[in-house]
Design a protein around this ligand. Structure first.
Ligand code: SF4
Length: 379
């Protein structure tokens, strides 16, 4: 199996925390669609296995008009065999949603929608410079569900300056009331070069204390567990049967083809990436039909680190027999030795040959993973 990711890099304005690649050139969407379809045509032979998941991410894919979205999906189908696709996700923003748009997406084959909501509190949304308010987000979820989408995910953010445990609880309660099948929740991160980091440096707001952030995480985990959600990855929660297949495939190193500016690909052995500048991407595809550059080959240590990182992110855990097969028994034993303090503190469990982080441990996943990564004693 394989996946296709299409990056749609258009955003009307920039949210305060965002460092994803996006551009405001919405007048060039048609040109961009032509270019992505050209890239699909020249790179389709890289797909050596049936495509089972498709993901349109951004930026904001819902910035495409209804005819543009239909043209992109139809064009992709004409170039790549999508007959075995089980999950077709499109990311949307609440302010773009209309019944006509969602119905066209469903008619074209979309069966999962992922909406960037981030909060159901208007002050928090305003602070983050989101382009919608809470009522619009709720109305958009209803519109999508009425149009026949029964697999819906929403993104939420916690640790927003000004946010309280109470307002976070209310956001979670509203999300649960909306009867969505999947929730991704992220701690607000201060990426370099963002407006959020600039304001933080100038001391324009009071960041949330670490203890409060931890409390928010535990509130999230316990309320979603009580509502029947499975915490299957550090930031992802799903009702039974509704894990994101596309993202799960990334964590299982399933190959995927990334189309569009800033898209990444993985062919099962090497990773590659497209330019993250709009004109550089368009020019390269027009000239060569391809725009990607190969990432350097992973060293043995980097492959080991990647295996630990991907394994411990999900509740499926890290299979120490596979570590032993790929990197030798002594390196699997090394992990068993280094994880002992985290097992003692209740942050990890070793269950037969599988090492997993507990609910408590998932919050510390970065620290634990760093501790296990290849070091002087790696053989
Ligand atoms: S809509 Fe998404 S991609 Fe666009 S600026 Fe906001 S967070 Fe970034």
């Amino acid at each position: 199996m394989a996946g296709i990711y299409v990056h749609i890099p258009f955003c009307k304005s920039r949210c305060i925390y965002c460092d994803f690649y996006s551009t405001p050139y919405t007048d060039r969407i048609d040109e961009y669609i032509n270019t992505v379809l050209r890239e699909a045509e020249t790179r389709r032979e890289e797909l050596t296995e049936p495509v089972t998941t498709v993901y349109f991410g951004g930026g904001t894919p819902s910035q495409l008009s209804t005819p543009q979205l239909t043209r992109l999906i139809t064009g992709l189908r004409e170039r790549v065999n999508l007959s075995q696709v089980e999950e077709f996700t499109v990311e949307v923003n609440p302010d773009d949603i209309t019944t006509e748009w969602v119905e066209a997406a469903v008619a074209a084959g979309v069966n999962r929608v992922s909406m960037g909501v981030q909060s159901f509190n208007d002050n928090e949304l305003l602070f983050m410079r989101r382009r919608h308010n809470a009522a619009e987000a709720i109305a958009a979820v209803h519109t999508i569900q009425r149009a026949g989408v029964s697999n819906m995910s929403i993104d939420l953010i916690y640790s927003i300056p000004g946010q309280t445990i109470e307002s976070w609880r209310e956001t979670i309660a509203t999300a649960l009331m909306l009867n969505v099948q999947h929730i991704s929740a992220y701690e607000l991160s201060y990426e370099r070069g963002t407006e959020l980091s600039r304001q933080a440096m100038l001391g324009q707001f009071e960041p949330i204390e670490e203890d409060t952030t931890i409390q928010m995480y535990h509130t999230l985990a316990s309320e979603l567990a009580a509502a029947g959600f499975e915490h299957y990855e550090v930031s992802n929660f799903a009702k039974p049967g509704f894990r994101s297949r596309h993202n799960s495939a990334y964590w299982q190193r399933v190959p995927y083809l990334g189309l569009g500016a800033a898209a990444h690909s993985f062919n099962g052995r090497r990773r590659s990436y497209n330019p993250d500048r709009f004109d550089a991407y368009i020019t390269a595809i027009e000239t060569f039909g391809k725009a990607y550059k190969l990432e350097p080959q992973f060293t043995r240590e980097e492959k080991y680190d990647e295996m630990i990182f991907l394994g411990l992110r999900t509740i499926d855990g890290l299979d120490l027999r596979s570590v032993s097969r790929r990197f030798g028994k002594s390196n699997a034993e090394r992990i068993k030795r280094l994880i002992q303090p985290f097992i003692a503190s209740g942050d990890a469990v070793l269950d037969s040959c599988f090492l997993r982080l507990t609910e408590k441990g998932l919050l510390l996943s970065d620290t634990i993973i760093r501790e296990l990564m290849a070091d002087d004693d790696f053989e």
